[in-house]
Design a protein around this ligand. Structure first.
Ligand SMILES: [Zn+2]
Length: 438
């Protein structure tokens, strides 16, 4: 039955399909087909034209960007990409340069290769870092690459105090004394931010070093004088020495040990009263080159105080035990003594060599300005007691006078008056050395 209905199927779509059908069909029913095809071709042409233009412009730009230019690199002509950077040129030319290092303000390498990668000169003009980074090849440049340079670490400037150093004496004589006290200086320093190294810069106020001078005294007044010195007292021999000296109209110098003074203060005073001089041989006879700075200062300072308290007077002159004193011991002292006196004629009395040997040791080859070493303590001094009058008489017979060290030193104008007097001190406003000059 359905077949029989087929021919009668309505030609018009059912209402729910009608709108769609209509909208689909409507354009087809507008105008003829030919004009529609023509507009499509036009569009195609326009697109193609655009593509061609784009290809031409794009290709042009691409070609412009990728064109090569002629430059001279380290003396050789070559083609490089236009607008190439220096790094690109180096790479394309197969150049390699040795980079510089990062170095400290003191010149030590902090980082290998930490400096600039290369240096470059373009047309004779050396480019700085910024100009080198901004460079683009334009053509015709003459480019010369060189190795990189060192870069110095960042640093800052500081103003610092400069402490005086001790300038040791240039020669060795019987008396060594301070010829110049110190003054603090001020100076600018460049301080490396990484290394902490310092490099001295502008001097704002010059430092004044402590200076020592050492000489053998030489009387300038034509007098023939000799200074006898006695170490390690006061002792049971002191008064007998003084009596012999007085009997011969002679004076001497006694280097007393501070530890020997208690109970013998009268002897210290007797030395002075006789006209002889009291100086220090330190407190306990320690070797000053073998003890720490604090001990050294008290060894020296305590003995001066003991001598002064006993009535021996104000002295800053010492004889170092064993004659041992070096530049570091001077620094360690803090400047609490002004002069060190040794000897240049040694009796060798401590060997107990016999009276005649002691006499000849003290008199053979004596000269004006001689300083003789004898002992007042440290053992039996009977040989000295017997030798002393013979020494005095023999040398007096040769025209010599026996004087104190102060008297001898005052006859040599190279020795400052306060040093000769035996009690020089560091003047107000001066400072002591903190180290030995290298
Ligand atoms: Zn001694």
């Amino acid at each position: 039955m359905s077949q029989s209905y087929y021919p009668q199927e309505p030609r018009v779509a059912p209402p729910h399909l009608r709108a769609q059908t209509a909208s689909r069909r409507q354009p087809e029913s507008r105008g003829p087909r030919r004009p529609r095809r023509k507009s499509r071709e036009n569009r195609l042409v326009a697109v193609l034209a655009l593509l061609v233009v784009a290809a031409i412009v794009g290709g042009g730009i691409w070609m412009w960007l990728n064109r090569t230019v002629r430059v001279v690199v380290n003396g050789t002509g070559t083609d490089v990409s236009a607008s190439a950077t220096l790094e690109q040129i180096m790479e394309s030319e197969g150049f390699s340069t040795k980079p510089g290092n990062l170095v400290s303000v003191g010149g030590n390498v902090l980082e290998e290769g930490g400096g600039t990668a290369f240096t470059v000169t373009v047309d004779g003009q050396e480019l700085d870092e910024g100009a080198a980074a901004a460079f683009r090849a334009a053509g015709n440049e003459s480019i010369t690459f060189g190795d990189g340079t060192d870069v110095i670490e960042a640093s800052h400037e500081e103003e610092r105090e400069v402490q005086p150093q001790l300038e040791p004496a240039e020669s060795v004589g019987a008396i060594t004394f301070v010829s110049q006290y110190g003054k603090v200086g001020r100076q600018k320093f460049v301080v490396g931010d990484i290394s902490g190294e310092t490099v001295a810069g502008e001097v704002i106020e010059p430092v004044q070093n402590v200076k020592l001078e050492s000489i053998n005294p030489r009387p300038e007044n034509g007098r023939k004088v000799i200074a006898i010195t006695f170490d390690d007292g006061p002792s049971s021999y002191t008064q007998r020495y003084l009596d012999i000296l007085s009997a011969h109209g002679a004076r001497a110098t006694f280097f007393c040990l501070g530890s020997q003074i208690p109970g013998r203060e009268d002897l210290v005073q007797a030395i002075k009263a006789q006209g002889s001089q009291v100086c220090s041989h330190t407190q306990n006879h320690e070797q000053l080159t073998a003890i720490d700075a604090d001990t050294l200062r008290s060894e020296i300072g305590d003995a001066f105080a003991a001598i002064s308290a006993a009535g021996g007077g104000d002295t800053t002159t010492l004889r170092p035990p064993y004659g041992a004193l070096d530049a570091q011991a001077w620094v360690n002292s803090g400047g609490n003594f002004s002069a060190s006196v040794i000897w240049n004629l040694d009796s060798l009395d401590w060997e107990l060599p016999g009276v005649d040997t002691i006499v000849s040791n003290c008199t053979d080859g004596a000269w004006s300005g001689s300083i003789i070493l004898m002992h007042d303590g440290g053992g039996n001094r009977d040989q000295d007691l017997e030798a002393l009058p013979k020494i005095l008489e023999k040398l007096q017979g040769e025209g010599y006078e026996f004087v104190t060290l102060s008297e001898l030193f005052s006859m040599d104008s190279r020795i400052p008056a306060e040093v000769a007097a035996g009690n020089a001190r560091m003047p107000e406003g001066y400072v002591w050395a903190t180290s030995v000059m290298e």
